[in-house]
Design a protein around this ligand. Structure first.
Ligand SMILES: [Zn+2]
Length: 457
């Protein structure tokens, strides 16, 4: 810190004298007052410093991030009390007593309106207000529920389920969002059988385990525990490898679910990995040349606890890829670092799956040299040629932010992307587009390897 301050002062003095000479060589203004001269020097020096800071200062968060997001030491979370709350007079009950639930309070506002309070795990937090609860009633009358968010505004269209497994989007005629107050109102026909109401379909620890266990039945897939979360849940790695022991191979890194509420990204990651593990001709050829290192559930505590965004320490894990204060990010980093001493394996690409309110690629700026070069841009070209009507936005970034994609680039020199799937994407379209994406990536990686672009280690 002191060193930084000394550098800043020296820099200021230098800029002061440079700007002084530039200003007075380029102006004919007659500045007779010494005071106004000094003011002009100061003004120009400050301009230079602001310009210098924009490219060299520490990253402090994206536009949608809350203040202090890159401070990733433990922050603590507010407990969510697990309970069933009933309003006897109206005969309506709600419960958050299941994994992935989020419901902070419940009460009757008037004879016709009940309110559900939803609070985040901690604040400050960006607007990803996850909710999930069960509701049931003693008579068959329709009830009106208002979702009221603390520190957030309504974002996710409710999904309903009678068994917690199969889900449907609420009928639009039974739902409205109030953009002024940030609340949402649902009309539900209740019976004594609980109805699950959730921001997105529940996709939890058990679902991941069922999926990874079923894939691990294949001889080329191995699951492993690379570390533990704050609450001692395993951080699972699933490795796909059919390459020869002594031949050179590429590595593809895949991560998912750093942010618990981002279910469409989680669904896409699963479909993508399934395609890499399929019996298609392309997948078979791909697996002879590439190993895949996947970490599909980076934040298991957040998912199980129904968090909006953070882990059990109240930290945004995808801002911890420089400080590594959190056990989840450390576990994955330590596992991946073994690739640095592996003369047979070269990292080619990394994909970090997320969700937001549109389909969005965050590639690395094109003017930054990566290996392979322009890999994400080739992917986007192929995708938009295959599905010209599929809306895709592209927002390139520099590599200064402490996110997973940038760590992959800084550690391995490889290209990498943060890939966001629209929260509201039709689930069938996610399946179709993601399978195609996996095929595009496999073909591109094979082409790259074919072109003997592997750099000397
Ligand atoms: Zn995210």
């Amino acid at each position: 810190m002191l060193q930084k301050s000394i550098y800043s002062i020296l820099y200021f003095i230098l800029i002061f004298f440079i700007s002084r000479s530039i200003y007075f060589e380029n102006t004919k203004t007659d500045m007779t007052s010494p005071f106004s001269k000094i003011l002009a020097h100061l003004f120009i020096a400050i301009l230079f410093i602001i310009a210098g800071c924009s490219s060299s200062d520490n990253f402090s968060g994206f536009s949608y991030d809350p203040e202090g997001v890159t401070e990733t030491t433990d922050k603590g979370i507010n407990p969510q009390y697990k309970r069933t709350i009933g309003v006897e007079s109206g005969g309506v009950w709600v419960s958050n007593e299941f994994a992935g639930a989020r419901m902070s309070d419940f009460y009757k506002v008037s004879d016709s309106l009940y309110r559900i309070e939803i609070s985040p795990e901690n604040k400050k937090i960006n607007n990803s207000p996850w909710y999930a609860f069960k509701v049931w009633g003693s008579d068959k009358d329709s009830v009106t529920l208002q979702l009221h968010y603390n520190h957030g505004e309504h974002r996710y269209i409710p999904k309903l389920s009678k068994d917690g497994k199969t889900w449907r989007r609420i009928d639009p005629s039974n739902f409205s969002a109030d953009t002024t107050n940030g609340t949402a109102t649902l009309s539900l026909d209740l019976t004594l059988d609980p109805l699950w109401v959730s921001a997105q379909e529940l996709y939890l620890w058990d679902d991941y385990r069922r999926w990874t266990d079923s894939l691990a039945a294949k001889r080329f897939i191995k699951t492993d525990t690379v570390g533990y979360s704050h609450n001692r849940r395993p951080i699972i790695k699933m490795g796909i490898s059919e390459t020869n022991n002594d031949s050179k191979k590429g590595v593809l890194i895949i991560m998912g679910r750093q942010h618990p509420s981002e279910v469409t990204g989680a669904l896409a990651a699963q479909i993508f990995i399934n395609e890499l593990a399929s019996q298609s001709k392309l997948a078979n050829q791909f697996r002879k040349n590439f190993d895949v290192w996947t970490y599909p559930l980076v934040n298991p505590d957040g998912v199980q606890q129904g968090h909006w965004r953070h882990n059990s320490a109240g930290v945004d894990l995808n801002r911890d890829w420089q400080a590594f204060n959190q056990p989840e990010t450390r576990a994955i980093r330590n596992d991946l670092l073994s690739l640095n001493n592996d003369s047979l394996r070269t990292v080619y690409y990394g994909i970090d799956f997320h969700s937001t309110d549109e389909n969005l690629f965050y590639p690395i700026n094109r003017d930054i040299s990566t290996f392979p070069e322009d890999f994400t841009y080739q992917w986007i070209d192929s995708l938009t040629k295959t599905f010209p009507n599929y809306p895709v936005k592209v927002e390139p970034f520099d590599t200064s932010s402490p996110i997973a994609k940038n760590w992959i680039y800084h550690t391995f020199g490889a290209d990498a992307v943060t890939y966001e799937i629209n929260d509201r994407a039709n689930r069938d379209s996610i399946r179709i587009v993601t399978r195609k994406n996996a095929q595009i990536i496999m073909q591109q990686l094979l082409n790259e390897k074919e072109e003997q672009k592997m750099p000397a280690k």
